[in-house]
Design a protein around this ligand. Structure first.
Ligand code: TYC
Length: 101
């Protein structure tokens, strides 16, 4: 049985050896957000080229959801919040979430 100190040390060693968890930013479809708004958000928040932003938007439109990118946790959450803030500011019900890979 390990005491608190050895447990902390071994947890730290483990986190040093393992690659950090990665998180998908997932965009969800809705019936109201305009396609060009989604494309602009994808280009500006995820720095995607126009062709790729259109491809992801159409994937979400046709299948219900799509992955915008995969990042470390804090970056994924920041990008997700940026999408939600832009949608709310523009009055669109665009939804976005993060998911462990
Ligand atoms: N379904 C929307 C429309 O027809 C477009 C859309 C695409 C909305 C992707 C959200 O994440 C989304 N205007």
């Amino acid at each position: 049985m390990s005491n608190t100190r050895t447990q902390t040390v071994s947890q730290n060693q483990e986190s040093m050896l393992k690659p950090p968890k990665r998180y998908k930013v997932v965009l969800l479809n809705d019936d109201y957000t305009p396609m060009d708004f989604v494309v602009t958000v994808l280009m500006e928040v995820f720095h995607l080229p126009h062709t790729q932003a259109i491809a992801i938007m159409l994937m979400v439109h046709e299948s219900g959801r799509g992955v915008c990118g995969v990042f470390q946790k804090d970056i994924a959450e920041t990008k997700c919040n940026q999408v939600l803030e832009r949608a709310e500011a523009a009055g669109f019900p665009l939804r976005c979430l993060t998911e462990e890979e």
